[in-house]
Design a protein around this ligand. Sequence first.
Ligand code: PGA
Length: 250
Amino acid sequence: MARRPLIAANWKMHKTQQEARSFVAALLPKIRDIRDRDILICPSFPLISAVDQARKESQILLGAQNMYFEEKGAFTGEVSHGMLKDLHCEFVILGHSERRWVFGETDQMINKKVLAAIQGGLIPILCVGEKLSEREQNLTEQVILNQMDLGIKGVPEDVIVNLVVAYEPVWAIGTGRNASAKDAKDAVSLIREFIHSRYGSVAADKIRILYGGSVKPENMATYMKEDGIDGGLVGGASLEPDSFAKLICY
Ligand code: PGA
């Protein structure tokens, strides 16, 4: 079964509302005829409404970069899945390495977020990936499997196919040092085998697994040629409409 490619922009902590609106206005004519893949923008929280209004009736999908697992309450500075749904978000990035390593998120917290997002009707993009020191100690597979195991604990069989996983080696993020297509493919295969062992062949066949880490218009096609890589989660190269349009049209 052919999986639908997903090209996702992770804008991180960039742009004003006006810049977000201009980006979408510039992007729309460039992607008008593209219907065979999913195009997702994940802006920071204060820009979500601006992107939602600017995307109008287009095929652009909308996501957030994080959320908290509780529904509401005294959690200063956090947002819930209900708030994201209220802003028309369809996706949410969870467990991004910057959340793990800058903000101290644990696999247990990320798992609670994954379960809450699913319960709230959002599609989680669960990010996993090893640090450079872990790769150098040949711990890559162990780290990925551990993050997968803890990250999707308790996800029911009937919804696992909606989950998206992004393999993002920490050493490749924002460094210009992208993983080789073979390394990305091996990691993605490992993740798919893991899903197969837990949920069976239908789930493994349907689940989308992305690569992220210094993806650029120049290297996107080499990843997309690899069997099993279903798209990209892109930071720096998603910030300009020209560059993001080239990534979409890889
Ligand atoms: P990058 O970021 O494309 O700037 O390396 C990717 C990410 O953090 O998702």
